[in-house]
Design a protein around this ligand. Structure first.
Ligand SMILES: Cc1cc2nc3c(=O)[nH]c(=O)nc-3n(C[C@H](O)[C@H](O)[C@H](O)COP(=O)(O)OP(=O)(O)OC[C@H]3O[C@@H](n4cnc5c(N)ncnc54)[C@H](O)[C@@H]3O)c2cc1C
Length: 448
């Protein structure tokens, strides 16, 4: 039974001081807050939306890729989340090969995921607050000292030794005056945005025998072309995942065709993206039924995601910026804090970027220096708003990898606070020892 006073004890009083404050409760922020708390810090996790999970919460049953590696454990926070989800039984999470893309994907029910994250945060002794968008940074002489949170009653201030920006959009870093990059280095192009949706009354077996990645050109593309000619709003591609609910599939897609660059931190672009997303979802149901797509003949719209899914907004520059060459060469840095596994996310790239068809051989390490926001003290960044080039972000941006980088940021922040140093002054060995204490392997992890 829910213990209300126990839950209330995790909700912070405005003005409170913490060892570590994490901004944003997506995969990276959840990993950061959990790891900092498990390393002994007094932690506050602040989330703008009314639930944790980030894209995993908004985009409906996306497989959380690289939460496990080859079905085995990654240790640390990953293992805790997998165990919690499994403890809920068949509806919490589904493993195994459910589409052509996932070998290590864990399809989590978005609502069970929200509960799992809150329960784990409470068990770890972490304070948290929802509906708490960061709207400013408290910075003194280049040192980030705290955050400003917008509420319906005004601004709340919270203070910390170390702040971690996991907002995905780099909001906290931008407010603190960090160096930011947006989109491709040459042309400013951004990865597409997508409103995920789920369909009910689907015959999986029929759908999967009709359509897989290998035969998309023959199976799905002709129908998309036909639908477009018939006046439907279509995405350039669609992909399907089984979920934890019988007869329900989730649908990912390539967003609105030919709409150009959409920058989700701009409310005008975000509005257009939401408008396009809902049209794509409802038109898909219409043409799937009209053109009798196998397995989808009698489908209906179950839900759309709580918000448009954003792959890329701001990238925050740090002491090191990860490049595509690092990813392609399986870079093994001297200060590794996480592994990034998996292929380059072709789906997330625009067509002409994807045409370059970059490949990665296995996994690459992520260096500690790429967490330290350039020119600022007291601030780390982790997740999709981290320190990569545009293409390198796509090389291993799955949620499991983002959680691993967040986890390392949490450990580093907690150790720095405990030792009374800034993260930049913290010896790398401290981070490594902290990760090992959480049963996380650092350094080269081999093939994925
Ligand atoms: C459509 C789509 C499909 C994808 N498919 C997959 C897939 O199948 N498998 C996979 O593993 N990965 C997938 N990805 C990639 C993956 O979801 C992201 O790379 C990952 O979620 C990034 O994690 P994050 O925590 O950095 O950011 P996010 O998941 O974006 O989380 C950021 C969090 O910060 C919060 N926030 C934002 N601003 C503020 C603020 N000012 N104050 C407080 N909180 C704030 C947000 O509400 C959110 O909860 C997909 C991404 C998209 C968009």
């Amino acid at each position: 039974m829910l213990n209300v006073s126990e839950v209330r004890s995790h909700i912070p009083a405005p003005g409170a001081k913490y060892d570590v404050i994490v901004a944003g409760g997506g995969p990276a922020g959840f990993g950061a807050a959990m790891a900092a708390a498990k390393t002994g810090a007094k932690v506050l996790l602040l989330e703008a939306r009314s639930f944790f999970g980030g894209v995993a919460g908004t985009s409906l049953w996306m497989p959380i890729n690289r939460l496990m590696i080859r079905g085995g454990t990654r240790g640390g926070i990953h293992e805790m989340l997998v165990s919690k989800l499994r403890s809920y039984g068949q509806f919490g999470a589904r493993t195994g090969k459910t589409t052509w893309t996932d070998g290590d994907g864990l399809h989590t029910h978005p609502d069970y995921l929200k509960l799992a994250m809150m329960e784990l945060l409470e068990e770890a002794g972490c304070d948290y607050r929802l509906d708490s968008p960061i709207v400013g940074a408290i910075v003194e002489n280049g040192v980030v000292k705290g955050v400003e949170v917008g509420t319906k009653s005004g601004k709340d201030l919270f203070y910390g030794d170390v702040m971690i920006d996991c907002t995905g959009d780099g909001d906290l870093s931008a407010y603190a005056g960090a160096e930011i990059q947006v989109g491709g280095e040459e042309d400013g192009k951004l990865m597409p945005v997508t409103l995920g949706f789920s369909l009910a009354n689907v015959d999986y077996d029929k759908l999967y025998s009709f359509f897989d990645e290998q035969n998309a050109e023959e199976s799905m593309y002709p129908t998309i072309e036909r639908a477009e000619k018939a006046g439907y709003t279509v995405a350039p591609w669609y992909s399907f995942d089984r979920t934890t609910v019988p007869g329900v599939i989730s649908v990912n897609n390539g967003g609105l065709k030919n709409v150009g660059r959409l920058y989700a931190a701009d409310p005008a672009d975000a509005t257009l993206a939401e408008r396009a997303g809902i049209q794509i979802a409802i038109d898909f149901v219409r043409f799937a039924r009209e053109f009798r797509l196998p397995g989808l003949e009698d489908c209906y719209l179950d839900r759309t995601g709580a918000a448009i899914g954003v792959r890329e907004t701001r990238r925050v520059m740090c002491d090191y910026v990860l490049t595509m060459d690092d990813a392609k060469s399986d870079a093994d840095f001297p200060d590794p804090i996480a592994m990034r596994y998996g292929a380059v996310d072709q789906a997330g790239l625009n067509a002409d970027d994807a045409a370059e068809k970059p490949t990665m051989r296995s996994g690459h390490t992520f260096p500690y220096r790429a967490l330290l926001v350039k020119g600022l003290e007291g601030l780390l960044v982790a997740g999709r708003c981290g320190s990569y080039t545009h293409m390198a972000l796509a090389a291993g941006k799955s949620m499991g990898n983002m959680m691993a980088i967040g986890q390392a940021a949490g450990v580093a922040a907690a150790r720095a606070s405990a030792l009374g140093v800034t993260p930049r002054q913290l010896p790398y060995e401290e981070v490594k020892a902290g990760l090992q204490a959480l049963n996380v392997a650092v350094g080269s992890g081999g093939d994925w």
